[in-house]
Design a protein around this ligand. Structure first.
Ligand SMILES: O=C[C@H](O)COP(=O)(O)O
Length: 331
């Protein structure tokens, strides 16, 4: 892989393309979906190791990765205090002395967004005032998605009213497992309408969809229903983001773009904790969808702990030593 990233990281989530308006439900597109599991696994096995970014470019890639993070806290014991600290980290994700040492102190690096439960949306919006960092809210009965539809839609509307610019919805897994594509489509379409100007990420909960083929079909239906992003996981399933799920989903994005001309973003989430993993996902995006997919308007990591490891790796590049994790509190 070449460096691809010699320019400064672009940190604002400006959108260089039209939003995906969705299409009618084309059941034939869903039925046409084929996935060759062993080919997917073979392709994914080439990503770690062989395609690592050259050492001299790693700093640029790691700084870019930071700008792609939806810095997330989704714990039952979240408080306004820990969300305020998280937002301070989103504004200044890397210690000033490290940025100075790396010669990039002039780059306005922030995370891509901050992602919280509804109750903390206002706190996050207030803490991020004066920045262009959007607040994302998880919604629609997150993480199981099993509350009544009118309640799920109201939840979206309230988060938007509180200032969330992005809404991460969860789909009803049973609609996929029973092949009820019409209901899945109708629900996601209604959610997109409830989002209004806020961008909608559709979480598939891939670890609960049984097969890669179901993952591909659900991706296609969510995009037809108008998802701005498709996202793997809530972080709460037994299996969360993986490279095979990601390959299937990014190829569905490619197919949807070929069929409609509409561009949809991608967000792997859950269990992405190391800089090395982040670089593998970035390699996948660049190779499968192109360089545009390394910008925050089309790609995000949903991650609570990734930033700490990236900061440690940056420190290692600078000093040749790793610092303890407790020097990098919060994310
Ligand atoms: O959407 C984000 C995920 O909930 C974060 O999961 P994580 O805590 O495994 O990074």
């Amino acid at each position: 892989m070449d460096d691809g990233l010699r320019t400064a990281p672009e940190t604002s989530a400006t959108h260089s393309h039209e939003r995906n308006p969705g299409t009618e439900l084309h059941l034939d597109w869903v039925e046409d979906v084929r996935v060759n599991k062993s080919a997917v696994e073979r392709r994914c096995a080439t990503l770690p190791g062989r395609r690592t970014v050259k050492k001299e470019w790693q700093i640029a890639w790691l700084l870019k990765a930071i700008t792609l993070i939806d810095l997330t806290t989704l714990a039952g014991d979240d408080t306004p205090g820990n969300v305020r600290r998280l937002c301070a980290k989103a504004r200044q994700p890397v210690r000033r002395d490290l940025l100075e040492g790396l010669g990039v102190a002039d780059l306005p690096i922030t995370t891509g967004a901050v992602c919280v439960y509804h109750d903390l949306v206002r706190t996050a919006v207030e803490s991020l005032e004066g920045t262009s960092i959007p607040v994302a809210a998880v919604s629609t009965g997150f993480p199981a998605g099993l509350t009544p539809l009118d309640v799920r839609l109201e939840e979206i509307r309230r988060s938007v009213a509180d200032g969330a610019k992005e809404i991460d919805i969860v789909i009803h897994r049973a609609n996929v497992l029973t092949g009820d594509w019409r209901t899945l489509y109708d629900e996601v379409r209604a959610m997109r309408a409830a989002c209004g100007a806020a961008h909608m990420k559709a979480i598939l909960a891939t670890g609960e969809l049984a097969t890669l083929r179901n993952v591909a079909k659900a991706s296609m239906v969510c995009m037809m229903a108008g998802a701005d992003f498709i996202k793997t996981s809530t972080g709460k399933e037994g299996v969360n983001a993986t490279l095979p799920f990601s390959l299937v989903m990014v190829r569905a994005i490619r197919e949807y773009r070929e069929r409609t001309g509409h561009v949809v973003g991608y967000k792997p989430a859950g269990g992405i904790r190391t800089a090395k993993q982040a670089l593998e996902y970035m390699a996948l995006m660049k190779e499968e969808l192109g360089r545009d997919y390394l910008e925050p308007d089309l790609f995000r990591f949903g991650a609570s702990a990734l930033l700490s490891d990236i900061e440690r790796q940056l420190e290692f590049h600078l000093t040749g030593r790793y610092s303890a994790f407790n020097r990098h509190p919060m994310a």
